[in-house]
Design a protein around this ligand. Structure first.
Ligand code: C5P
Length: 215
């Protein structure tokens, strides 16, 4: 049996980390968890019944009932759900509950790929490989804009850029588990890369980290 492999991937919205995480999970045959969906699921449950997003006791109760096996990417992908998730994500008590579930997922015998904002720093500080995937805010906004246009949406590039900058600010400035690269994370800047190039760059990092471990 091959040794377990745990890969932690962090980065801001639209950096390409989710696509990269799915590609790596498929390549290595590992289970994958998009941890953003766990925060989105709490936000969505509150939005759905019109409950406030700033009531920590309520959010904790909802977070405790989240089932990782039932996360529906389609339902949770809405823009306003992501925005609401970043408000929920500042609550330490909510984070502790979700982090525990995320760690349980990662404890599979084969290993796992987790992506989010605090995987390398908080959720899996002992991960075998840590990647920090980023790109300029303008490039990320352009990607979101093109995705929305391709899906038939009517969106404004400047609005998307402002949203991305607001979300970055909220995620990086919060007191509990802010978005930042772990000290031992490998940086991959995808501003000038397509997914194929990012995938190859990640594979190189992973192969050399594994080689170093076995040596
Ligand atoms: O990655 P995604 O856009 O789905 O994440 C939604 C929000 O959830 C983020 O803006 C962030 O505030 C929060 N999040 C987090 N920690 C994670 C994953 C997501 O705080 N590990």
């Amino acid at each position: 049996m091959t040794a377990p492999l745990t890969i932690a991937i962090d980065g801001p919205a639209a950096s390409g980390k989710g696509t990269l995480a799915r590609r790596l999970a498929a390549h290595f045959g590992l289970p994958h968890l998009d941890t953003g969906l766990t925060y989105r699921a709490v936000a969505q449950a509150l939005l759905q019944v019109g409950l406030p997003l700033d009531n920590e006791a309520l959010a904790v109760e909802v977070a405790s009932g989240i089932d990782l096996a039932a996360l529906d990417r389609q339902v949770l992908s809405a823009h306003e759900v992501g925005e609401a998730a970043s408000k929920i994500a500042v609550m330490g008590a909510v984070r502790r509950i979700l982090v525990e579930k995320q760690r349980e997922f990662a404890s599979s015998a084969r290993g796992a790929v987790l992506d989010g904002r605090d995987i390398g720093t908080v959720v899996l500080p002992g991960a075998d490989v840590k990647l920090y995937v980023t790109a300029s805010a303008q490039v990320r906004a352009r990607r979101r804009y093109e995705e929305s246009i391709a899906a038939g949406g009517k969106v404004d590039y400047d609005d998307i850029l402002a949203d991305i900058q607001r979300r970055d600010e909220r995620d990086m400035a919060r007191a509990d588990s802010p978005l930042r690269p772990a000290e031992d994370a490998h940086l991959i800047d995808t501003s000038e890369m397509d997914i194929e190039a990012a995938f190859r760059a990640a594979l190189e990092v992973i192969d050399s980290a594994r080689g170093a471990k076995q040596a």
